[in-house]
Design a protein around this ligand. Sequence first.
Ligand code: NI
Length: 180
Amino acid sequence: MESAAAEDLRYPIGKLKFEDKIGYAERERLIGEIAEMPARLRDAVDGLSDARLDTPYRDGGWTVRQVVHHLADSHLNADIRIRLMLTENNPTVKPYDQALWAKLHDALTAPIEPSLNVVSGVQERLALLLRSLEAADFERTCYHPENGVMTLDHMVAIYAWHGRHHVAHINSLARRMGWK
Ligand code: NI
């Protein structure tokens, strides 16, 4: 069993809590978090040297650089999944091995700017798309081979949480290291 402290470092904002449905105000709030995530990420990494970008956010965890590239990987997949959900009937979405993606050469070594740009573009498009939808659209579903049937409301909650979760990894590291 992991210690409480290790658990805190891994889940600085806690795990996602999702009820079956969310109301209009909560949905608007979550879409707002999706829209704001790129700016929060840029703030978190602002001015970090390569040595700092190559620091793991916890013992045995991803480096800040890997976290940023992972956000681009993950939210690109989210965008594709959500567009499939809106245009096909309960599509099966494709899982991917995020740990292996995070070990690809560019994820380990590339400058973060391209991924910051991906995140900005993807999140802005997603927020525009989500704000254009009717309430009933958020009940549309996909089938995830590992997680079962998921609604669009659930996806919105997941990806709003996921952005905050990883930005918190970076901010928590920066605080502990006295960088900011
Ligand atoms: Ni993640």
